[in-house]
Design a protein around this ligand. Sequence first.
Ligand SMILES: [Zn+2]
Length: 425
Amino acid sequence: MANVLFSNVRILDGSGDNPYPGEVLVQGNRVRRVARGSRALPSPGVTVIDGAGATLMPGLCDAHMHISWNDAPSLEAIQMMPVEEHVLFCADVARRLIDHGFTMCVGAAAAKPRLDVVIRNAINRGQIPGPRYLANSQEIGTLGGLGDTMPPHIDDYRLNFGALVSGPEEMRKVVRLFIKYGVDLIKLNLSGEPIAKIGSEETPMAEDEIAMAVSEAKRRGKRVCAHARSSESVKLCVKYGIEIIYHASYADEEALDMLEAAKDRHFVAPGLAWLIQITQHAGKWGVTPEMARDMGYQRELEVAIETMKKMHRRGIRVLPGGDYGFAWTPHGTNAKDLEYFVNLLGYSPMEALVAATRQGGEIFGRPNELGQVKEGYLADLLLVDGDPVANIKILQEKDRLLAIMKDGEFHKTPELVPHRQRVAL
Ligand SMILES: [Zn+2]
């Protein structure tokens, strides 16, 4: 464990307050002292990092992460990767995420039953580098819904992308199975998804199935998240206490009223990157803009932007997390989401940063020790060459991340060059 003093840094603490010049002392795996000004903290016996005016900020959170999506152009191509190669691919993704400054990622479903759990455990043991990770189940969907990739002529459930259920008892069994495997979260596919040939505004999962999933998960202290593009599915998330809502594009005024009334409980991660990239940049993988428009994604992107603006105005917590891991949204480009929040949703850069840091600690259920640079918090820190408040895009450049620390250990150790001058941006 490190004893490190970051001196001569601008502290962007993740709370939403303006950055200020100061020093941060890390002892063991926690931030012990934070002070304004210079030479305010004692330095004997600690490694002093002269930040030369760089920004010290909390590590980033991606709230909609599929570590086992393998940068492929279809659900089938993700599913068909043999498990041995798939484990190695996930380990590489975990490293890529922390290389790009993400120290917290919320698993939003795994491509095979135990991939998320195995990778989370390997990260926690120090076997592989990676972010803090909440491990999810496979997507639990309905026969004929999102996750059903089995061709009609081959009756073998192993060809399915998700775990499919028909009825509450099948749901009970599959939720218990994933909990046995060690997941932190259970993922339900409530709504449709055009690439799965079922419209975004459809809600194929029945209420008795949802009720069963939530009660079985809560019985074991697990949280539930949902693929919920339709307005009806968003309302079901609020009704049944599904805290993490993915997409929510078509939430109508009634759904927004319900969400706002329960906004201390819920998080929304819209997955904008996926909509933006599939509508505009997936032609090389066979999805032309015309095809994306015909599938309804262009309209959904436009509606989703308006819906997220409304959520922002209502104070509903919307977090970056773009469904990265398809060919058109490769892992490692995740920080683009912050730019989208600023350019498309009307967030100020500081609001986008809070959504990716402090609110990351909140979605992890650890608001008092993750997501901020404060005394007593876990030392998950980035030293950034430049000012992300002035230019949110610099977080997309991994070479601008001079140091990356997780749990008090450097993943990327800064060069110890004293009194280096850096440009402001
Ligand atoms: Zn997703």
